[in-house]
Design a protein around this ligand. Sequence first.
Ligand SMILES: *Cc1c(COP(=O)(O)O)cnc(C)c1O
Length: 383
Amino acid sequence: MFHSSYIEISKSALQNNINFLKQQVGPNVTFSSVIKGNAYGHGIEVFGPLAQACGIDHFSVFSADEAQRLQDALPRPATIMIMGYIDNPELEWAIEHDIEFFVFEPDRLIEAAKAAAKIGKPARVHIELETGMNRTGFSPSELDHLKTILLKYSQHLVLQGLCTHFAGAESFQNHERVMAQQQSFEAQRKALEESGLVPKQTHTACSAAMMGYQDTHMDMVRVGIMQYGFWPSPEVYSQYVSRQKNRTDPLQRLINWKSRIMSLKQVPQGEFVGYGSSFQAPRDMVMAVVPVGYAWGYSRSLSNQGQVLIQGHQAGVVGIVNMNVMMVDVTDIPNVQKDDEVVLLGKQGSQSISVASFSELSSQLNYELLTRLPLNIPRVVVA
Ligand SMILES: *Cc1c(COP(=O)(O)O)cnc(C)c1O
């Protein structure tokens, strides 16, 4: 093992999560696995084939480069849909490779039709509608223009999907806004259908919308965070468990991020540990040096805050997290040894370290911390 840490990805946890999530929508709704942000840090090349082995045949990515990485990694064909970034030079490549993509501007739609005409194969487009997030999407005022283009180029464009994205379905605070978005979507859908423009699929739901708003399921759900065993917010979790008899979390985390103790150090009472003076030993102590630092995504903000697991015990980060190493307090762990396994994230024995417990500041932290796990940490599939 050349690397100072590695990330285990659990197949049985993923299968458990996918089974649970598919149950939420039933057999008639397509389940699209969202793998943007390097599969939320899990690694596209590892997660894609694993998800396929667990029964997934539809994937959503953010950009053309992610679509390419995924397609190269998958052993069997699957539908791949780009939800965000694709530029004109990539259009022909996408159409050639059966990649579907969101379109949210008239110019791109025309370019897609032209690229399709050029290579003699229709483009499968998902028209994204603006319904109130104000990020991407055709606005209602552009609807007539959109209709004109779709009808004019109908030979080269397959209206594969009609879609939108909710601005914060994970919080009750946004309830009115989500409802307004749904209404706007329905109104625009109707207007298009009255002109004979009927999409093959309509889809709007992310994880939070899928759990909280049944009406948003339509033909397909686009599920990211929950596949990986994390809830979009504590609100969505408590709303779900409060309706269950056993009140246990049905999801399992896939990730275990592990390293080993590189060295042990006796530190006498009164000495400072590491750079500067942020930690002074209040007693004679034993420190373990762990070869992971902020260069591998272990945030510097966890200095004197983070917890790791060694021999099934919690051990606190001491002093400043360095670029490549950090120190943890193992004074109270009997028989601690050099080379002992260190769990930075995930389970060891009966204990676990969750991303959110790194800091309870914000539920969005799960998304951010996961996706910051660098590409160069090896990912290993475990049962
Ligand atoms: C990220 C994303 C999703 C999935 O969101 P989760 O909260 O991770 O389920 C769905 N749709 C779009 C457009 C997205 O960008």
